[in-house]
Design a protein around this ligand. Sequence first.
Ligand SMILES: NC(=O)C1=CN([C@@H]2O[C@H](COP(=O)(O)OP(=O)(O)OC[C@H]3O[C@@H](n4cnc5c(N)ncnc54)[C@H](O)[C@@H]3O)[C@@H](O)[C@H]2O)C=CC1
Ligand SMILES: O=C(O)C1=N[C@H](C(=O)O)C[C@H](O)C1
Length: 277
Amino acid sequence: MIDSQQVESGLPGIVVTGASGRMGQMLIRLLLESDQARLVGALERPGHDWVGRDIGEAMGGAAVGVTVSDDAVTEIARAQAVIDFTSPAATVAFAELTAQARAVHVIGTTGLEESDLAHLKAAARHAPIIRAGNMSLGVNLLLGLTRKVAAALGEDWDIEVVEAHHRHKVDAPSGTALMLGEAAAEGRGARLADLRVPAREGITGVRETGSIGFSAIRGGDVVGEHDVIFAGAGERIVLRHLATDRALFARGAIRAALWGQDKGPGEYDMADVLGLG
Ligand SMILES: NC(=O)C1=CN([C@@H]2O[C@H](COP(=O)(O)OP(=O)(O)OC[C@H]3O[C@@H](n4cnc5c(N)ncnc54)[C@H](O)[C@@H]3O)[C@@H](O)[C@H]2O)C=CC1
Ligand SMILES: O=C(O)C1=N[C@H](C(=O)O)C[C@H](O)C1
């Protein structure tokens, strides 16, 4: 049950979108135990069978006093932060409402297109948006390492990014893989868009020098695994991150929501939150 001390404490109130999802449920569990933030709303898509139910009961436990809603306008209006791991279309819609509420929008959703990013940029003129394809400390450190190794090695070292995720993941390459590819491209003083080679099949021809390739594995319940491979003549360097628990991402997102409370409008990422910038 929502603790009355939590309510009176003035802790930042957080609305979780995609409440029934893998990340949504993890976030709700952590927020209900938190002494730094409190859950004030749980959103699901219209028509979802959890709408109208207590979120604690819907998750198979005791009632917690927060009813799952599909009314984003009302829920977001009372939030100090919205933590959002849903779909690109939903995230774009939430960005506008969260900006109107002048609340912090923490976005973990991946698979966003350039047009979606343009909407987020517009929303960030009114309130802080903190967005990252991966909220873990490990991956955000790995970005810096990838940049450095790519800068240190010449184009005769081929760069490949390989990722593995659970069978339910809908986007590929993963958001993390794209961030790692972007970091590698930056290390080489280039843009990923100019070097990116998606999954290969058939008679592809020989590898283009300087390109950055991507491969995606989908299966079972893999939480998230990423390798950046630097393949040279007679040797290989592999930078690897293995996530074994989604709580990792949820903790990072809550940390971002708290960090954002005294920030002005603008676009931020986890390097800002973690002080890695
Ligand atoms: N940045 C990071 O660290 C991480 C990012 N992700 C990303 O987060 C997203 C969600 O991942 P999962 O939780 O595994 O997916 P999921 O499919 O389990 O959950 C998504 C939830 O969003 C809900 N939803 C969709 N449209 C909605 C709307 N309009 N209003 C409210 N709810 C809506 C769905 O009904 C579903 O419950 C994906 O893009 C994934 O790649 C996942 C884990 C970590
Ligand atoms: O969908 C997931 O599960 C994950 N998505 C993120 C991504 O696309 O990189 C982060 C993490 O790997 C889990």
